[in-house]
Design a protein around this ligand. Structure first.
Ligand SMILES: [Zn+2]
Length: 285
């Protein structure tokens, strides 16, 4: 009798156990073991070496690991999960903006120096012209002397006009550059700087190292299973907030998200994936 009951229980136990094992392998409990990653593509246009990029990722990990007190990520050169730095139109716009700003600065400096030269020349012209008019009035110079003076004043006037034209040309170039830049790049900065997709993190755009850090921290947060939060001071805010660049601290919302995520079991994660899959089936995009 007992043997019969046991025999009847074998299959349900084996099936349940098998199911549980499969779920925990496919949907590991978050934070239970580190996510292994490798460095994938690092495009040379960023001028960041693979080693430096790895160090950046390792620094970004710390913000989450420090809070949870666990090792959440680990570098493994063979890991399927890759972190990438891909150069496309997004970074090109950043680079061109920097180049363009530099060009404008140069033009501004040229314009200032042209203006200084013009002011000086104009002052010389004015005093020469007044001296000539005075000499004409005083009638104390010969005709030839006055004629020489007149020619000199006219030469100064030509110089002044030439300098004014030059300055005007610089101003026109400046304005044309601004206009060309605006028509080429207006409305093209609507992309995301980074992206997490299942087993890749790809960074497309950053202006400085602290910007890269913040984007990496954000995408690593997604890799941990965290979604976006409302507070703009959060790393998991949907936009990069320049005010966050200096501080590397998690907001209360970031910490809340991490804590909740780390408490989840494999079954809960499986259940979440199942719900998403079902809702996708019911409401295909
Ligand atoms: Zn995001």
């Amino acid at each position: 009798m007992i043997m019969k009951i046991l025999r009847a229980l074998v299959w349900p136990i084996v099936l349940t156990g098998g199911f549980y094992l499969a779920v925990s392998l496919e949907f590991p409990a978050p934070c239970a073991r580190p996510i292994a990653y490798s460095i994938g593509r690092v495009d040379p246009q960023f001028h960041v070496s693979r080693d430096t990029f790895l160090k950046d990722v390792q620094d970004a990990e710390k913000v989450w690991e420090h809070e949870s007190g666990k090792q959440l990520f680990t570098y493994d050169s063979n890991a399927q999960f890759t972190v990438n730095l891909v150069y496309d139109q997004r970074q090109q716009v950043v680079d061109q903006t920097n180049q363009f700003t530099h060009q404008l600065d140069t033009l501004s400096a040229q314009q200032q120096s042209a203006k200084n030269k013009y002011d000086q020349a104009y002052a010389s012209y004015t005093s020469a012209k007044n001296a000539y008019l005075q000499d004409v009035k005083d009638r104390n110079k010969s005709y030839d002397e006055l004629e020489q003076e007149r020619v000199a004043v006219n030469k100064l006037a030509d110089t002044v006009n030439g300098l004014a034209t030059k300055e005007q040309q610089i101003v026109s170039t400046y304005n044309a550059n601004v206009q060309q830049f605006n028509t080429t790049y207006a409305g093209q900065r609507e992309f995301d700087q980074g992206e997490y997709q299942g087993n890749t993190i790809t960074i497309y755009e950053f202006s400085k190292n602290d910007d890269l850090q913040l984007v990496l921290e954000h995408e690593l947060g997604h890799a941990l299973g965290l979604g976006h939060v409302e507070n703009p001071a959060s790393i998991m805010y949907y936009m990069v907030n320049p005010k966050n660049l200096a501080s590397k601290e998690l907001s209360i919302q970031d910490i809340g998200g991490l804590t909740a995520q780390c408490k989840k079991t494999s079954l809960e994660i499986f259940w979440e994936h199942l719900q998403i899959a079902v809702s996708k089936l019911l409401h295909p995009v």
